[in-house]
Design a protein around this ligand. Structure first.
Ligand SMILES: Nc1ncnc2c1ncn2[C@@H]1O[C@H](COP(=O)(O)OP(=O)(O)OP(=O)(O)O)[C@@H](O)[C@H]1O
Ligand SMILES: [Mg+2]
Length: 348
């Protein structure tokens, strides 16, 4: 069991507060992802949970017990870092067993735990190799093995896949997901990659500047972003935002948006190319990126940076062409003067 609770948790380095009051509950067995731009405090928050950083203010509890002053080794937590930090002079098997040996675990028990981890992570044929003889993905599996054998209640991962190439990242992502299904332990995973966040998480915690912007399921964040920041951070390519107070005031009427809407957002797949004179916007095609199953049309609209429109792969558009665009009302979002989303008709 490990239900984690953070109550107004804060961190300051000297006069600078970098974690500004986090209230968060992570349920037992949940896969929680901290995501947000560089410097927003993801690693700091994770290290505070691990006990590697002091907590300057607030309360951190595991299963109702205050952890603020409990030593890292007594929190039932194991952490996997971006750098694998393996011992170069020890084999895969010895690396995985190392922590257990230090803790003087009986040899028979070490054997069982290490063999189980090796089998689970498909390291059987590599058990006798040294770290220098392994690929990045294999090294990261050894690092995960080292965490598993300690049988922690909670696993913390800090950008564990950032050093791997794109294909291996996808592969390791599914392995981490399967590991969570098998072990059913609480996991917190830090990433700045919103695709990793969307695919792995039960619960996403979106951070900015040491504060939480939004907490929810991947679907919540994508379909019901609370503000402009969440709307633009989740989803690739990004949501297109239009300023209704200036250049795009006409959209307020044509999209039937409330009077207090200051911005509206339309996801790339929310646009449709329609016959001339029928749309809400006219744009000039700048670039077409063919992706196989769809294409991304970068188009210039007077008064703003290019917008990105996702279209079926067989759409015929050419650079320089003028296109008329309409928007699917169920994919249009409105934001008030404070940047918070306001409900528009047709939306649940
Ligand atoms: N030891 C320290 N002393 C002073 N400031 C620090 C220290 N460690 C981190 N910070 C500051 O705290 C803020 C949060 O840093 P943190 O490493 O948690 O960000 P992050 O979200 O993990 O970013 P990244 O995605 O780049 O890893 C940053 O502004 C950073 O400069
Ligand atoms: Mg970090």
């Amino acid at each position: 069991m490990a239900k984690l609770e953070l109550k107004d948790v804060r961190k300051s380095y000297g006069p600078v507060e970098v974690i500004k009051g986090i209230d968060l509950t992570i349920e037992d067995g949940e896969f929680c992802v901290f995501v947000g731009p560089s410097g927003c405090g993801k690693s700091t928050l994770l290290r505070m949970i691990a006990g590697l950083e002091d907590i300057s203010g607030g309360i951190f509890e595991i299963d109702g017990n205050r952890m603020n002053d409990i030593a890292p080794a007594k929190r039932g937590i194991a952490m996997v870092f971006q750098s694998y930090a393996l011992y170069p002079h020890l084999s895969v098997r010895e690396n995985i067993a190392f922590g257990l040996k230090v803790r003087k675990t009986p040899a028979a028990e070490i054997d069982t735990l290490v063999n189980d981890a090796i089998a689970m992570l498909q390291l059987d044929t590599l058990a006798g190799r040294y770290p220098r003889e392994l690929s990045g993905g294999q090294r990261q599996r050894v690092a995960i093995g080292r965490a598993i054998v300690g049988q922690p209640e909670t696993f913390l991962f800090d950008e564990p896949l950032s050093n791997l190439d794109a294909e291996l990242r996808v592969h390791m992502r599914t392995q981490i997901s399967e590991l969570h299904d098998r072990l059913k332990r609480t996991m917190i995973y830090v990433t700045h990659d919103q695709i990793e966040a969307m695919t792995l998480a039960d619960k996403i915690v979106l951070l900015r500047g040491g504060q939480i912007e939004q907490v929810g399921s991947p679907r919540d964040l994508y379909e019901r972003p609370q503000n402009l920041f969440a709307a633009q951070f989740i989803g690739a390519p990004k949501m297109n935002i239009f300023d209704l107070e200036n250049e795009f005031a006409s959209l307020r009427n044509s999209l039937k948006l409330p009077l207090n809407a200051h911005h509206c957002g339309i996801r790339p797949d929310g646009f449709e190319i329609v016959a001339e004179g029928e749309g809400i916007l006219v744009a000039t095609v700048r670039l077409v990126e063919y992706l196989g199953n769809s294409c991304l049309v970068h188009a210039h609209v007077e008064g703003r940076d290019p917008i990105i429109i996702e279209q079926p792969a067989n759409t015929v558009t050419q650079t320089g062409q003028r296109i008329s665009l309409s928007a699917n009302p169920s994919l249009v979002y409105a934001f008030g003067p404070d940047g918070n989303r306001i409900q528009v008709s047709g939306e649940q």
